[in-house]
Ligand binder design. Structure first.
Ligand code: OTD
Ligand code: ZN
Ligand code: ZN
Length: 350
């Protein structure tokens, strides 16, 4: 049985780092595992201008020990009113990789998002010209559509027409959760890729709802049935460069999860790589982990692959029941349970 996995330092291409005290509490948790991350702009208020995104980047860096080596990248939050000139401003900033499409109301802090894709067609055209990437939360918000079907319907109604209309626009369908999402990305042109989270690779919706409701497994898009999980796992281990790592680690304080209207989001950052390793190991595909975690994302974003290595060892340990700190208590994914892999050497400092 394979006991170690050696990987080129990986990156997290979809991460919620929050702001203020919570940022100071969680940033180092991701920086310990990853070399770079694409930090999401759904703050309160959202990062709707490049200038705000760059100021946030500095706050992220300030929240980490000096010389840490972690490099955050940003995506700017699209609204119905994003000014066209913002696209050329973004294109000048090496740390801004693109713009994020949140359909208004689809997920946490998406209220200021886009109410109709036609409203941002001029922006998408400019992004295509400037070769900026569109990061997409791919769910419709139509109340008539069942929550488990919202990704599939978004692809049919919105994404397929956008890809046809903007054939050179590079798009990442974030946190894919369905067979239809996998099929769409696989069948789409080279311009389209997708990220996969650890929770969607490891769990189906039974985890959320069997034997009691488990708020720490509640995220959006919500966990789906087992057939979908299997489709996601086969995409992750396929070696297809269109699929890469994006944890979507989304910390909320315990009291905001364990309540009568709890927030969506799984805090997977403390053991993100170990969780991916577990999923790949279960599928007998540890040899495919490195490309998924360390190469495909960097290649898609046209950034150099990282240098340096990390090592994962097969070794059992127990995830703490919570992570305390300045902002309060956060319950991680798999709290109090056994993990099978352990990161045994951390990214080297540059
Ligand atoms: N999903 N929670 C959050 C974001 C993501 O849609 C997402 O990217 C969050 O709390 O920011 C969640 O469940
Ligand atoms: Zn999302
Ligand atoms: Zn997210």
């Amino acid at each position: 049985m394979q006991q170690t996995v050696h990987l080129t330092r990986p990156d997290d291409w979809h991460l919620h780092l929050r702001d203020g005290a919570l940022l100071r509490q969680v940033a180092a948790v991701s920086a310990r595992q990853f070399s770079r991350a694409l930090a999401m702009p759904n703050l309160k208020p959202p990062l709707i201008r490049v200038e705000q995104a760059l100021a946030y980047r500095q706050r992220i860096l300030d929240s980490l020990p000096r010389g840490n080596g972690f490099s955050p990248y940003l995506s700017v939050y699209l609204t119905d009113k994003t000014p066209l000139q913002e696209v050329s401003v973004a294109a000048e900033c090496p740390y801004v990789l693109g713009f994020k499409l949140y359909p208004a109301g689809a997920t946490t802090h998406s209220g200021a998002g886009v109410t109709g894709l036609d409203k941002i067609y001029p922006i998408l055209e400019a992004m295509e010209e400037h070769d900026l990437v569109l990061q997409v939360h791919g769910e419709v918000t139509d109340p008539e559509i069942d929550i488990f079907d919202r990704e599939k319907v978004f692809i049919e109604r919105e994404l397929i027409p956008v890809v046809a209309r903007f054939p050179r626009l590079r798009i990442v369908l974030e946190h894919i959760t369905t067979q239809e999402g996998v099929d769409f990305v696989r069948g789409a042109p080279e311009t389209v890729a997708g990220t996969l989270t650890p929770q969607h690779l490891l769990y189906n919706r039974n985890m959320l709802l069997t034997g009691g409701i488990r708020p720490h497994y509640y995220c959006l898009p919500v966990l789906k049935r087992e057939t979908h999980r299997q489709a996601l796992l086969s995409a992750a281990i396929s070696g297809n460069p269109k699929f890469f790592l994006g944890t979507d680690s989304a910390p909320h304080l315990r009291q905001h999860k364990e309540t009568d209207c709890g927030c969506a989001g799984c805090f997977s950052a403390p053991a993100a790589l170990e969780l991916y390793a577990e999923a790949f190991d279960q599928a007998g595909a540890l040899d495919k982990l490195e490309a998924f975690a360390s190469f495909h994302g960097a290649d898609f974003y046209r950034l150099p692959r990282n240098s340096g290595k990390i090592v994962l060892r097969r070794s059992e340990w127990t995830m703490p029941t919570s992570y305390g700190g300045e902002a309060g208590e956060i319950v991680p994914l798999r709290a109090g349970e056994t993990l099978r892999w352990r990161l045994s050497s951390y990214p080297e400092k540059p």
